[in-house]
Every structure is written in C-alpha cells, then in structure tokens.
Design a protein around this ligand. Sequence first.
Ligand SMILES: Nc1ncnc2c1ncn2[C@@H]1O[C@H](COP(=O)(O)OP(=O)(O)OP(=O)(O)O)[C@@H](O)[C@H]1O
Ligand code: SF4
Ligand SMILES: [Mg+2]
Length: 355
Amino acid sequence: MTLLEVEGLVKHFPVRGGVFGRTSGHVRAVDGLDFAVREGETVALVGESGCGKSTVGRLVLRLIEPTAGAVRFEGDDLLALDAEQMRARRRRLQVIFQDPYASLNPRMTVGAMLGEPLFLHRLVGTEAERRARVGELLELVGLRPEHARRYPHEFSGGQRQRLAIARALAVEPRLIVADEPVSALDVSIQAQVINLMKELQGRFGLAYIFISHDLAVVKHIADRIAVMYLGKIVETATTDELFRNPRHPYTRALLSAVPLPDPAAVRERALLEGDIPSAIAPPPGCRFHTRCRFARESCRHDVPVLADDGTGHATACPWWPEFPPAPMTVGAAARAEDKTRLDRLQAAFVKQEAT
Ligand SMILES: Nc1ncnc2c1ncn2[C@@H]1O[C@H](COP(=O)(O)OP(=O)(O)OP(=O)(O)O)[C@@H](O)[C@H]1O
Ligand code: SF4
Ligand SMILES: [Mg+2]
C-alpha cells in the first residue's frame, strides 16, 4: 500500500540581495518531483551536495512549505491540514538527522528526552508506565534501561544515533525521514546503525526515506533509489536494477565512484567533470548537459522527461539506449582509499551478520 505520495513538488527559496534586500532570484532547490513510498519500504534519495535532498525531506515533514505540489500521507493531503491536525500526523512521520548531538537536548537526561513525547502524545498514563516504556525503547535500539539516567554527552556517536532512533520510535511512526543518518559515523559503526534500522523496519513495518550522498551505504538498506540532480530526479529503479543497469549518465558517473568489492573487477571511471551548476540559474534543456559526456546539441534546449520503461525503471534521458553499456570490468583501477573504505564497510556488515 502507498504510504506517501509526492506530486509535482517544488521549492524555490528567494535570494535576497542589494541594499534594499529585494528578492533578486530564486534557488530552485526542488523543481518538480514525483515519487511514492510504500508501507514498510526504504526509498533512498541520492545525489551530490546541494541537489535538494534535505529540502525534499523537510518538505515531506512539512517543516517548510512548498512553492507548489502535493504531499499525501496515509491518503491525506498534508498541506491541507491545519496546525492541530498536522500535530497529530507528525507522530506518524518522524525524522533522524546526521548529527544526533545537535538534535538531542544536552541538558536533558535520556529518560526525560524519551519520556517527553510519550506524555505529549498520551502514549503512557503513569510515571511507572513511562519508565517501563523508556527502558523498552532503549533495549530496542541496543542500549540498556539504566542508560535513561545519563546525558547525551556520555554516549559515543553511534550510541547517540541509537538514541535519536529510539526517540523517533517512541511515538510509533509509520515513516521515518533519515537525513544522512550515518554520514558522520565511522564505517564500522555505520554498518551497526544501518543493521539496526533494518531490524526495526522488519519488526515494526516502518518505511524510510533514506537520504545519502553515499551509494555504497544506500545499497545495504534501500529497496528503491531515486537519483537527484539539481532539484530533479534523473533516474529511479530498484536498488539491484540501478546497480546492475545504470542508464542515466549522471547515475553512471556516481556509480563509477563506488568501488567494486571484487579486486579483479574494475568499473569504468566516468568522472564527473566540473562543478555542479548553480541552482539559481540551472542550465536550460537537460540540467546535466554541462557535465554529460554523451551530451549532444539538442540536450541544450530539450528538457528530458523521467520516462518509466514499464518495469519501474525510469530515466530522464531519451538517449540512454544508444550508450555503450556501463562497463564493469574495464577502465582505470579503483582508488586505493575507496577500496579500503568499502572493504571496511563490507567487513563490518559481515561481522554484524555473524553476531
Ligand atoms: N533556507 C534556504 N534558503 C535558501 N537556499 C536554501 C535553503 N535551504 C537550502 N537551500 C539551497 O537549496 C539547495 C538544495 O539544498 P539541500 O540542503 O536540500 O541539498 P542537499 O542535497 O541536502 O545537500 P547536502 O548533501 O549538502 O546536504 C542548495 O542550493 C541550498 O543552498
Ligand atoms: S539528455 Fe543529453 S545531456 Fe542529458 S543526460 Fe541525456 S545525453 Fe546527457
Ligand atoms: Mg542535506
């Protein structure tokens, strides 16, 4: 069943300049996005810094208001809800941020922090019930009930992210927007937190919007991936399909930076050249044309549509069938530091699975 549906989502931030602070333009952070999240699934949003991933997350949570478009959650148009109705909905829609320390109140004990939403949403009636539920939540995320007496600074980075997960879980959400939840953590800890998120998903039927710039991380948790470039989705497919048959030149370039686990296999290194153009004045036509190695004249003015091939694999480039298949075994060797990082990440996952 569809849990969340996003249609024609647009967010333009005004840019103020000059002595009078007049609006001199707009940052087109999100520029016409459609996607859906089904009950219990993980949809990843990936792309380089500034492509609009966090803005999508904030729009879905209604922390900011869109310029245009619709967000439907459990069948309701979120944008039509008043503040009171939105408060009730917010319980079912939670968020985890990259930096758990910044999102946890340093002056509150863990018990008070986890207990607060329980009282607020009347999920517990008495102090004893609250204590019991807090203990249960801590155990769910791999911590101990006695940790309730501690303060956030007494925990490690990974443990703090576990606390942030416990706080999101406290109110029994259906969907969690996780914005770079493991990007600040060491790779071995990344694997632990991702495995925890997967385990909790299985247990409670949670859905995630998993925001990340790191395809290697996303591979382990996402059912589907949407690749974003300058405020638009350029390709979307199931995770297996996207890794096996990347079509869009941008996806291919992103993937070529993800090292392969097999030392004998070397992937094409279609390096991304040049900087990301400004989101204030994105290139006309295909927004990727200034960096695309397959670009042709018409790409400068024809805007490609995100076209689904009927299998759920959609690509915003009409020319992909003409490209040579993304070679997985030719090209330059993977960079040594990428290789080591992936080895560590994978070793950490294997270790997790064994325990
Ligand atoms: N409040 C704001 N006012 C003006 N511009 C903004 C605002 N928030 C975001 N932007 C701009 O919108 C664009 C998208 O930003 P966003 O934070 O969504 O990107 P992102 O994909 O999450 O990047 P990162 O990977 O660095 O977190 C950027 O150009 C950013 O500078
Ligand atoms: S439409 Fe043109 S510029 Fe855009 S990705 Fe396809 S080939 Fe490249
Ligand atoms: Mg972001």
